[in-house]
Write a protein that binds this ligand. Structure first.
Ligand SMILES: Nc1ncnc2c1ncn2[C@@H]1O[C@H](COP(=O)(O)OP(=O)(O)O)[C@@H](O)[C@H]1O
Ligand SMILES: [Mg+2]
Length: 363
Protein backbone atom coordinates (compact mmCIF):
# COMPACT_ATOMS: atom_id res chain seq x y z
CA UNK A 1 0.00 0.00 0.00
CA UNK A 2 1.14 3.48 -0.74
CA UNK A 3 1.12 5.45 2.47
CA UNK A 4 0.89 9.22 2.35
CA UNK A 5 4.12 9.70 4.24
CA UNK A 6 6.29 7.66 1.92
CA UNK A 7 9.29 9.24 0.26
CA UNK A 8 9.09 8.58 -3.44
CA UNK A 9 12.43 10.22 -4.08
CA UNK A 10 13.41 13.32 -6.01
CA UNK A 11 12.07 13.46 -9.54
CA UNK A 12 9.11 11.24 -8.78
CA UNK A 13 7.32 13.77 -6.64
CA UNK A 14 5.12 16.53 -8.05
CA UNK A 15 6.77 18.79 -5.50
CA UNK A 16 10.00 18.40 -7.45
CA UNK A 17 8.47 19.62 -10.69
CA UNK A 18 9.58 23.22 -10.62
CA UNK A 19 13.34 23.15 -11.02
CA UNK A 20 13.83 25.95 -8.52
CA UNK A 21 10.62 26.33 -6.56
CA UNK A 22 10.19 29.30 -4.25
CA UNK A 23 7.87 27.28 -2.07
CA UNK A 24 7.92 23.53 -1.79
CA UNK A 25 5.55 21.56 0.40
CA UNK A 26 6.20 17.88 0.95
CA UNK A 27 4.10 15.29 2.71
CA UNK A 28 2.15 17.89 4.67
CA UNK A 29 -0.31 16.48 7.17
CA UNK A 30 -2.63 18.57 9.32
CA UNK A 31 -5.02 17.24 11.93
CA UNK A 32 -7.79 18.49 14.18
CA UNK A 33 -9.20 16.80 17.23
CA UNK A 34 -12.62 15.31 16.43
CA UNK A 35 -15.38 13.82 18.56
CA UNK A 36 -14.28 10.29 17.71
CA UNK A 37 -10.57 10.82 17.30
CA UNK A 38 -8.25 12.81 15.11
CA UNK A 39 -9.48 14.19 11.79
CA UNK A 40 -6.91 14.57 9.05
CA UNK A 41 -7.82 17.61 6.96
CA UNK A 42 -4.55 17.74 4.98
CA UNK A 43 -3.25 14.29 4.15
CA UNK A 44 0.23 14.06 2.68
CA UNK A 45 0.08 17.07 0.35
CA UNK A 46 2.96 17.79 -2.05
CA UNK A 47 2.93 21.07 -3.98
CA UNK A 48 5.52 23.46 -5.36
CA UNK A 49 5.41 26.98 -6.74
CA UNK A 50 8.10 28.43 -8.95
CA UNK A 51 9.17 32.04 -9.35
CA UNK A 52 6.70 33.87 -11.56
CA UNK A 53 4.48 30.82 -11.66
CA UNK A 54 0.82 30.57 -10.69
CA UNK A 55 -0.25 27.34 -9.09
CA UNK A 56 -4.00 26.93 -8.89
CA UNK A 57 -5.46 24.76 -6.16
CA UNK A 58 -8.96 23.58 -6.94
CA UNK A 59 -11.49 21.25 -5.40
CA UNK A 60 -14.93 21.30 -3.84
CA UNK A 61 -15.60 23.11 -0.60
CA UNK A 62 -14.06 21.25 2.35
CA UNK A 63 -11.34 19.52 0.33
CA UNK A 64 -8.53 21.12 2.36
CA UNK A 65 -7.38 23.95 0.11
CA UNK A 66 -7.48 26.65 2.78
CA UNK A 67 -6.14 24.38 5.54
CA UNK A 68 -3.14 23.46 3.39
CA UNK A 69 -2.04 27.07 3.09
CA UNK A 70 -2.98 28.08 6.62
CA UNK A 71 -0.66 25.22 7.62
CA UNK A 72 2.06 26.64 5.40
CA UNK A 73 1.71 30.03 7.08
CA UNK A 74 1.41 28.71 10.62
CA UNK A 75 -2.06 30.26 10.88
CA UNK A 76 -4.18 27.22 11.72
CA UNK A 77 -7.26 27.81 13.86
CA UNK A 78 -7.16 26.54 17.45
CA UNK A 79 -6.81 22.76 17.69
CA UNK A 80 -5.19 22.41 14.27
CA UNK A 81 -1.72 20.91 14.17
CA UNK A 82 0.80 20.04 11.47
CA UNK A 83 2.00 16.55 12.35
CA UNK A 84 4.12 15.69 9.33
CA UNK A 85 5.78 17.25 6.36
CA UNK A 86 8.11 19.99 5.22
CA UNK A 87 7.49 23.51 3.95
CA UNK A 88 10.61 24.73 2.19
CA UNK A 89 10.89 28.45 1.58
CA UNK A 90 14.11 30.37 1.03
CA UNK A 91 16.29 27.53 2.29
CA UNK A 92 14.31 26.99 5.49
CA UNK A 93 11.68 24.51 6.59
CA UNK A 94 8.84 26.70 7.85
CA UNK A 95 7.22 23.72 9.53
CA UNK A 96 10.13 23.74 11.98
CA UNK A 97 10.37 27.49 12.50
CA UNK A 98 9.64 29.13 15.84
CA UNK A 99 6.61 31.47 15.95
CA UNK A 100 8.66 34.69 16.03
CA UNK A 101 10.70 33.72 12.95
CA UNK A 102 7.48 32.66 11.23
CA UNK A 103 5.86 36.02 11.97
CA UNK A 104 8.80 37.82 10.37
CA UNK A 105 8.33 35.85 7.15
CA UNK A 106 4.55 35.92 7.12
CA UNK A 107 3.17 39.09 5.63
CA UNK A 108 6.57 40.23 4.43
CA UNK A 109 7.90 37.39 2.25
CA UNK A 110 4.81 35.22 2.02
CA UNK A 111 1.54 37.09 1.90
CA UNK A 112 -2.03 35.90 1.85
CA UNK A 113 -5.21 37.48 0.53
CA UNK A 114 -8.49 35.99 1.67
CA UNK A 115 -11.90 35.71 0.12
CA UNK A 116 -13.82 38.18 2.21
CA UNK A 117 -12.19 41.59 2.53
CA UNK A 118 -14.81 42.75 5.02
CA UNK A 119 -13.87 40.17 7.63
CA UNK A 120 -10.17 40.66 6.95
CA UNK A 121 -10.35 44.42 7.49
CA UNK A 122 -11.16 45.95 10.85
CA UNK A 123 -14.36 48.02 10.53
CA UNK A 124 -13.41 50.55 13.21
CA UNK A 125 -10.15 51.72 11.64
CA UNK A 126 -9.58 53.55 8.36
CA UNK A 127 -7.83 51.65 5.61
CA UNK A 128 -4.91 54.03 6.05
CA UNK A 129 -4.58 53.17 9.76
CA UNK A 130 -4.56 49.49 8.86
CA UNK A 131 -2.01 49.88 6.10
CA UNK A 132 0.23 51.98 8.33
CA UNK A 133 0.05 49.31 11.05
CA UNK A 134 1.11 46.63 8.56
CA UNK A 135 3.93 48.78 7.18
CA UNK A 136 5.28 49.59 10.64
CA UNK A 137 5.00 45.99 11.86
CA UNK A 138 7.83 44.88 9.61
CA UNK A 139 10.25 47.78 9.82
CA UNK A 140 11.22 50.85 11.77
CA UNK A 141 9.33 53.44 9.77
CA UNK A 142 7.99 56.72 11.15
CA UNK A 143 4.27 57.50 10.99
CA UNK A 144 4.47 60.12 8.26
CA UNK A 145 6.69 57.96 6.11
CA UNK A 146 4.41 54.98 6.60
CA UNK A 147 1.42 57.05 5.57
CA UNK A 148 3.16 58.25 2.43
CA UNK A 149 4.05 54.65 1.65
CA UNK A 150 0.41 53.65 2.24
CA UNK A 151 -0.78 56.20 -0.32
CA UNK A 152 1.77 54.84 -2.79
CA UNK A 153 0.52 51.32 -2.23
CA UNK A 154 -3.10 52.34 -2.78
CA UNK A 155 -2.03 53.99 -5.98
CA UNK A 156 -0.11 50.87 -6.95
CA UNK A 157 -3.29 48.78 -6.73
CA UNK A 158 -5.12 51.39 -8.83
CA UNK A 159 -7.37 52.85 -6.18
CA UNK A 160 -8.50 56.23 -7.53
CA UNK A 161 -7.80 59.30 -5.37
CA UNK A 162 -5.60 57.37 -2.95
CA UNK A 163 -4.83 60.53 -0.94
CA UNK A 164 -8.54 60.74 -0.02
CA UNK A 165 -9.43 57.06 0.06
CA UNK A 166 -6.73 56.42 2.64
CA UNK A 167 -9.01 57.99 5.25
CA UNK A 168 -12.04 55.90 4.32
CA UNK A 169 -13.44 53.17 6.53
CA UNK A 170 -13.81 49.71 4.97
CA UNK A 171 -17.61 49.98 4.72
CA UNK A 172 -17.26 53.15 2.66
CA UNK A 173 -15.52 51.21 -0.11
CA UNK A 174 -16.92 48.75 -2.64
CA UNK A 175 -16.05 45.05 -2.38
CA UNK A 176 -13.58 45.38 -5.23
CA UNK A 177 -11.88 48.39 -3.63
CA UNK A 178 -11.65 46.57 -0.30
CA UNK A 179 -10.00 43.63 -2.02
CA UNK A 180 -7.53 46.07 -3.57
CA UNK A 181 -6.73 47.41 -0.09
CA UNK A 182 -5.99 43.87 1.10
CA UNK A 183 -3.80 43.30 -1.92
CA UNK A 184 -1.98 46.54 -1.14
CA UNK A 185 -1.27 45.20 2.36
CA UNK A 186 -0.13 41.90 0.92
CA UNK A 187 2.39 43.45 -1.47
CA UNK A 188 3.71 46.07 0.97
CA UNK A 189 7.05 44.26 1.28
CA UNK A 190 7.33 42.74 -2.18
CA UNK A 191 6.63 39.14 -1.13
CA UNK A 192 8.12 36.18 -2.97
CA UNK A 193 4.87 34.28 -2.72
CA UNK A 194 1.31 35.53 -2.72
CA UNK A 195 -1.37 33.12 -1.63
CA UNK A 196 -4.77 34.25 -2.85
CA UNK A 197 -7.59 32.22 -1.31
CA UNK A 198 -10.72 32.62 -3.45
CA UNK A 199 -9.77 36.27 -3.92
CA UNK A 200 -12.70 37.06 -6.18
CA UNK A 201 -15.45 34.73 -5.03
CA UNK A 202 -17.36 37.51 -3.27
CA UNK A 203 -17.15 39.86 -6.24
CA UNK A 204 -19.18 40.26 -9.40
CA UNK A 205 -17.75 39.06 -12.68
CA UNK A 206 -16.41 42.37 -14.02
CA UNK A 207 -14.67 43.21 -10.76
CA UNK A 208 -13.32 39.63 -10.59
CA UNK A 209 -11.58 40.12 -13.90
CA UNK A 210 -10.08 43.44 -12.78
CA UNK A 211 -8.73 41.95 -9.56
CA UNK A 212 -7.17 39.00 -11.39
CA UNK A 213 -5.63 41.39 -13.88
CA UNK A 214 -4.14 43.35 -10.99
CA UNK A 215 -2.74 40.18 -9.40
CA UNK A 216 -1.11 39.20 -12.68
CA UNK A 217 0.39 42.64 -13.08
CA UNK A 218 1.86 42.54 -9.56
CA UNK A 219 3.09 39.01 -10.06
CA UNK A 220 5.04 40.12 -13.11
CA UNK A 221 6.35 43.24 -11.39
CA UNK A 222 7.67 41.44 -8.33
CA UNK A 223 8.45 38.10 -9.99
CA UNK A 224 6.27 36.52 -7.33
CA UNK A 225 5.06 32.99 -7.26
CA UNK A 226 1.32 32.85 -6.78
CA UNK A 227 -1.03 30.31 -5.31
CA UNK A 228 -4.54 30.85 -6.59
CA UNK A 229 -7.06 28.90 -4.55
CA UNK A 230 -10.34 28.66 -6.40
CA UNK A 231 -13.28 26.44 -7.10
CA UNK A 232 -13.70 28.07 -10.50
CA UNK A 233 -12.01 26.00 -13.22
CA UNK A 234 -12.76 28.62 -15.86
CA UNK A 235 -10.84 31.23 -13.94
CA UNK A 236 -8.00 28.79 -13.29
CA UNK A 237 -7.76 27.89 -16.97
CA UNK A 238 -7.06 31.50 -17.91
CA UNK A 239 -4.90 32.59 -14.97
CA UNK A 240 -2.77 29.65 -13.79
CA UNK A 241 0.21 27.71 -15.10
CA UNK A 242 -0.27 24.54 -13.13
CA UNK A 243 -3.13 23.11 -11.19
CA UNK A 244 -3.35 20.85 -8.17
CA UNK A 245 -6.74 19.23 -7.65
CA UNK A 246 -7.66 18.37 -4.07
CA UNK A 247 -10.14 15.84 -2.78
CA UNK A 248 -10.64 14.89 0.87
CA UNK A 249 -7.39 16.49 2.00
CA UNK A 250 -5.23 14.99 -0.72
CA UNK A 251 -3.89 16.14 -4.06
CA UNK A 252 -5.44 13.71 -6.55
CA UNK A 253 -4.07 15.26 -9.71
CA UNK A 254 -1.54 17.86 -10.71
CA UNK A 255 -0.82 18.97 -14.25
CA UNK A 256 0.03 21.93 -16.45
CA UNK A 257 -3.09 23.97 -17.17
CA UNK A 258 -2.15 23.91 -20.87
CA UNK A 259 -3.20 20.26 -20.84
CA UNK A 260 -6.84 21.33 -20.61
CA UNK A 261 -9.30 20.04 -18.05
CA UNK A 262 -11.05 18.01 -20.72
CA UNK A 263 -7.86 15.95 -20.97
CA UNK A 264 -7.30 15.59 -17.25
CA UNK A 265 -6.28 12.21 -15.97
CA UNK A 266 -8.42 11.89 -12.89
CA UNK A 267 -12.15 11.16 -12.95
CA UNK A 268 -12.74 13.70 -10.17
CA UNK A 269 -11.23 16.50 -12.28
CA UNK A 270 -13.36 15.37 -15.22
CA UNK A 271 -16.45 15.57 -13.06
CA UNK A 272 -15.52 19.04 -11.82
CA UNK A 273 -14.98 20.10 -15.41
CA UNK A 274 -18.33 18.74 -16.50
CA UNK A 275 -20.05 20.56 -13.67
CA UNK A 276 -19.04 23.96 -15.09
CA UNK A 277 -22.14 25.63 -16.49
CA UNK A 278 -21.63 25.93 -20.24
CA UNK A 279 -23.25 28.29 -22.67
CA UNK A 280 -23.22 25.86 -25.57
CA UNK A 281 -25.43 23.26 -23.92
CA UNK A 282 -29.16 23.17 -23.32
CA UNK A 283 -30.15 25.36 -20.38
CA UNK A 284 -31.60 22.45 -18.40
CA UNK A 285 -28.37 20.47 -18.60
CA UNK A 286 -26.12 23.35 -17.66
CA UNK A 287 -26.06 22.74 -13.96
CA UNK A 288 -24.68 19.31 -13.35
CA UNK A 289 -23.01 19.41 -9.96
CA UNK A 290 -21.13 16.25 -9.11
CA UNK A 291 -23.44 13.58 -7.81
CA UNK A 292 -23.16 12.62 -4.17
CA UNK A 293 -21.48 14.39 -1.28
CA UNK A 294 -17.82 14.90 -0.44
CA UNK A 295 -16.79 12.29 2.11
CA UNK A 296 -16.91 12.73 5.88
CA UNK A 297 -13.26 13.14 6.84
CA UNK A 298 -13.95 11.37 10.14
CA UNK A 299 -15.09 8.27 8.23
CA UNK A 300 -12.90 8.02 5.17
CA UNK A 301 -13.12 4.75 3.29
CA UNK A 302 -10.11 2.47 3.25
CA UNK A 303 -9.67 2.82 -0.49
CA UNK A 304 -10.05 5.78 -2.84
CA UNK A 305 -12.10 8.53 -1.18
CA UNK A 306 -13.75 9.38 -4.51
CA UNK A 307 -14.85 5.80 -5.30
CA UNK A 308 -18.48 6.17 -4.15
CA UNK A 309 -18.99 9.08 -6.61
CA UNK A 310 -16.70 7.91 -9.40
CA UNK A 311 -18.05 7.14 -12.88
CA UNK A 312 -15.04 4.90 -13.52
CA UNK A 313 -14.51 3.14 -10.25
CA UNK A 314 -17.78 3.07 -8.31
CA UNK A 315 -18.17 -0.40 -6.87
CA UNK A 316 -14.80 -1.64 -8.11
CA UNK A 317 -13.13 -3.89 -5.61
CA UNK A 318 -9.61 -2.51 -6.08
CA UNK A 319 -10.81 1.09 -5.76
CA UNK A 320 -12.56 0.20 -2.53
CA UNK A 321 -9.55 -1.53 -1.01
CA UNK A 322 -6.51 0.48 -2.07
CA UNK A 323 -6.00 4.19 -1.55
CA UNK A 324 -4.08 5.23 -4.66
CA UNK A 325 -0.95 7.40 -4.51
CA UNK A 326 -0.06 10.15 -6.96
CA UNK A 327 1.90 8.63 -9.85
CA UNK A 328 3.49 10.29 -12.87
CA UNK A 329 1.28 10.04 -15.96
CA UNK A 330 2.65 10.94 -19.37
CA UNK A 331 5.59 13.19 -20.12
CA UNK A 332 4.13 16.61 -19.43
CA UNK A 333 4.69 16.61 -15.69
CA UNK A 334 1.20 15.39 -14.87
CA UNK A 335 0.49 13.21 -11.84
CA UNK A 336 -2.69 11.34 -11.08
CA UNK A 337 -3.91 9.34 -8.12
CA UNK A 338 -6.18 7.21 -10.29
CA UNK A 339 -4.75 3.89 -11.48
CA UNK A 340 -7.57 3.70 -14.05
CA UNK A 341 -6.89 7.02 -15.76
CA UNK A 342 -6.18 5.29 -19.09
CA UNK A 343 -9.87 4.44 -19.32
CA UNK A 344 -10.78 8.13 -19.44
CA UNK A 345 -11.80 9.31 -22.91
CA UNK A 346 -9.22 11.72 -24.33
CA UNK A 347 -11.17 13.86 -26.77
CA UNK A 348 -10.75 17.64 -26.68
CA UNK A 349 -13.93 17.89 -24.64
CA UNK A 350 -13.03 15.01 -22.39
CA UNK A 351 -16.27 13.17 -23.01
CA UNK A 352 -15.86 12.01 -26.59
CA UNK A 353 -15.19 8.51 -27.82
CA UNK A 354 -11.57 8.68 -28.98
CA UNK A 355 -9.35 6.62 -26.69
CA UNK A 356 -5.86 7.94 -26.06
CA UNK A 357 -3.23 6.52 -28.38
CA UNK A 358 -0.22 5.01 -26.68
CA UNK A 359 -1.68 5.02 -23.20
CA UNK A 360 0.99 7.17 -21.49
CA UNK A 361 3.56 5.69 -19.15
CA UNK A 362 3.60 2.00 -18.36
CA UNK A 363 2.36 1.20 -14.88
N1 LIG B 1 -11.62 25.24 12.71
C1 LIG B 1 -11.74 23.99 12.24
N2 LIG B 1 -11.70 22.93 13.06
C2 LIG B 1 -11.81 21.68 12.60
N3 LIG B 1 -11.98 21.36 11.31
C3 LIG B 1 -12.05 22.37 10.43
C4 LIG B 1 -11.92 23.73 10.84
N4 LIG B 1 -12.04 24.50 9.74
C5 LIG B 1 -12.21 23.66 8.70
N5 LIG B 1 -12.21 22.39 9.10
C6 LIG B 1 -12.37 21.20 8.27
O1 LIG B 1 -11.21 21.06 7.46
C7 LIG B 1 -11.57 20.55 6.18
C8 LIG B 1 -10.90 21.34 5.11
O2 LIG B 1 -11.40 22.64 5.14
P1 LIG B 1 -10.87 23.79 4.19
O3 LIG B 1 -9.40 23.69 4.05
O4 LIG B 1 -11.42 25.06 4.73
O5 LIG B 1 -11.55 23.42 2.80
P2 LIG B 1 -11.60 24.25 1.46
O6 LIG B 1 -10.76 25.47 1.63
O7 LIG B 1 -11.09 23.33 0.41
O8 LIG B 1 -13.04 24.58 1.24
C9 LIG B 1 -13.08 20.58 6.10
O9 LIG B 1 -13.58 19.28 6.19
C10 LIG B 1 -13.51 21.39 7.30
O10 LIG B 1 -14.70 20.86 7.84
MG1 LIG C 1 -11.32 27.47 1.57
Amino acid sequence: MNGPGQDDGPGASPAALSADPVLRVRGLRTVFPGEEGTITVVDGVDVAVGRGETLAVVGESGSGKTMTFLSVLGLLPPGGRVTEGEVWFDGRDLARLDPAAMRAIRGAQIAMVFQDPLTSLNPVFTVGDQLVTVIRAHGSVGKAEARARAVELLERVHIPHPGERIDAYPHQLSGGMRQRVLIAMAIAFGPKILIADEPTTALDVTVQAQILELLEELKAEFGMGMVLISHDLGLVATHADRVAVMYAGRVVETSPVSRGFGQSRHPYTRSLYRSIPRLDTEPESRLSAIEGQPPDLARLPEGCAFEPRCFLGRGRDDCRRVRPALEPVGEDGSFSACPHWRRLPMSPEGDGARPEAGGGTPA
